[in-house]
Design a protein around this ligand. Structure first.
Ligand code: XMP
Length: 508
């Protein structure tokens, strides 16, 4: 398969570059900037992209690449820092004069392969201090801005291209077309990365690895484990067993939905462990959030292990590790070292199971698309993230069956009303929290002394930062009146208007 490698010089946008390339239906992977030309060749890349980076090319700590890569005959696109590095290493002049360009900038192109078919006047996104003043010998400047005389350049014969701006961000509206010009025209890439090809290749890879062996997979009800399980099921059918542990801390009807989808619809061997009492009893008297997390995590491993050990001839464990986890742990798609998934950590060692990670090449949104392609119901594909310890970390104080029932009902109303208002996909997470206090209310002629429910809805890209969602007042009103009317022991609803940081998304 053709692939374009992104050399990561520490830019916040490196992942975005890889994702954009994939959106152009060309497979892309991220590799460290320090990769040698020899190592690069072994990947047989069709093209290379040098990412941006936070440092100046003149800094002592500047990240430099093996300059041989410019002589491999592989087309290269330098972006921002990547352009400055290319210019400096190939004999151009890079100014370090303190003049910077930030934000939306007007650019004028005078031709060049990257701008083919595009308007000569472009809006682009800039974010740099140093800038190329004189292009290296043999290069032609192909665009300029008011402050950057060489805002883009190319050496057609050597297939070297560079842009000072960021074509990968949405604030460069024609950026994707520029990337397409690089991929299709400069590199000669074909559109070979599609979700049906991803599925076909993954299934073939899994078949080859597992052969006639048996595999086990923990289903959580979330999209990652669901897609991982479906891919493996496509490959090995009944030799896959899924284990779904209902720990009593799940959202309303979750167990039933998992059973209907996986056992009934997809006909996957499913062990549905009804562990509600076991988990709730274990949590008796526990109020410390971290203690709750540890107890729940360890108990989950115990239950999963018990079930896995009952199936004597299992050799493989399926995990839904995603590509960002692989990058974070410093691996590439071909390397083996990865972070162990926290939900089933330790398990492979105890049981000597071999790990299969069908999603390790995919970004989250790609997992969703693969899920859609595999016929996974929209409800699971687009499900909001849910913490492993479940409702236990949304109940402040002690977790009891009564308090779980209150929270679960209130949470279901929040979800339902957000969906009714067609806001579900725009919102990262929306849920209810049950605090450990009571307040006075009046219902009919009666004085009540009951729990409040906190409603939390946030927008976010990746859960690292988040902002409280500006829900329409009518939606909040509906949520509030329904919860108070329909959920016993709740007489007040409040809305959390804190962003992350300084708050977190969850309350515990
Ligand atoms: P916070 O509350 O730290 O949450 O802003 C960030 C994201 O992580 C989820 N979260 C967890 N997920 N186990 C998980 O699997 C946990 O213990 C846990 N705590 C928080 C949270 O829902 C949000 O998406």
């Amino acid at each position: 398969m053709q692939k374009v490698l992104v050399l990561d010089f520490g830019a916040q946008y490196s992942r975005l570059i890889a994702r954009r390339v994939r959106e152009c239906n060309v497979y892309s992977e991220i590799v460290p900037y320090s990769i040698t030309a020899k190592e690069l060749k072994s990947f047989k890349p069709t093209g290379l992209i040098l990412s941006g980076g936070p440092a100046s090319v003149y800094a002592d700590s500047a990240l430099k690449c093996d300059t041989e890569i410019f002589r491999l005959g592989i087309p290269v696109l330098g972006i921002c820092y990547g352009m400055q590095l290319m210019a400096l290493e190939l004999g151009g002049e890079v100014a370090h004069n303190g003049i910077s360009e930030y934000g939306k900038t007007e650019l004028r192109s005078n031709g060049g392969m990257l701008f083919e078919g595009l308007n000569k006047h472009q809006q682009v996104w800039m974010s740099h201090k140093d800038s190329v003043q004189v292009a290296p010998k043999g290069f032609s400047p192909t665009a300029a801005t008011k402050t950057s005389p060489v805002a883009a350049m190319e050496h057609l014969e050597k297939r070297l291209f560079a842009v000072q701006f960021h074509p990968e961000v949405v604030h460069t509206p024609d950026g994707k077309d520029m990337l397409k010009n690089f991929l299709y025209n400069a590199c000669g890439c074909k559109t070979s990365w599609t979700f049906s090809s991803v599925i076909k290749d993954s299934v073939a890879m899994i078949k080859e690895k597992i052969g006639h062996g048996k595999a086990i997979c923990a289903l959580s009800g979330g999209v990652d484990s669901a897609v991982a399980a479906l891919l493996v099921h496509e490959a090995i059918g009944d030799n896959l067993t899924c284990v779904f542990v209902d720990n009593g801390l799940l959202r309303k009807n979750e167990g039933q939905k998992v059973e209907e989808t996986f056992a009934k619809h997809f006909k996957i061997n499913l062990i549905h462990v009804k562990g509600q009492d076991r988990f709730v009893n274990m949590l008796k008297g526990i109020t410390d959030p971290e203690k709750k997390r540890i107890l729940i995590g360890n108990e989950f491993i115990k239950v999963f292990e018990e079930e896995a050990l009952k199936k004597k001839d299992v050799d493989f464990l399926i995990q839904g590790t995603l590509y960002p986890d692989v990058i974070e742990s410093g691996g590439t798609a071909d390397s083996v070292v990865i972070k162990t998934h926290h939900n089933v950590g330790g398990l492979p060692e105890v049981m000597k199971l071999k790990l299969i990670e069908p999603l390790r090449l995919l970004f989250k949104d790609e997992v969703r698309s693969v899920g859609e392609e595999l016929g996974l119901p929209e409800e699971i594909v687009w499900r909001h993230p849910f913490p492993g310890p479940g409702l236990a970390v949304r109940i402040i104080g002690e977790v009891t069956k009564e308090r779980l029932d209150i929270l679960r009902e209130a949470d279901a109303i929040v979800e339902e009303e957000i969906k009714n208002a067609a806001l579900y996909r725009q919102i990262w997470q929306a849920f209810a929290i049950l605090p450990d206090i009571k307040s006075v209310g009046v219902m009919g002629d009666e004085r009540t002394y009951d729990y409040p429910i906190v409603v939390r809805a946030v927008t976010s890209e990746d859960a690292m930062t988040a902002d409280w969602a500006r829900l329409p007042h009518e939606v909040l009103e509906k949520i509030s009146s329904r919860i108070i009317n329909e959920v016993a022991h709740v007489n007040r609803v409040v809305y959390d208007i804190s962003s992350k940081p300084p708050s977190t998304i969850e309350w515990e």
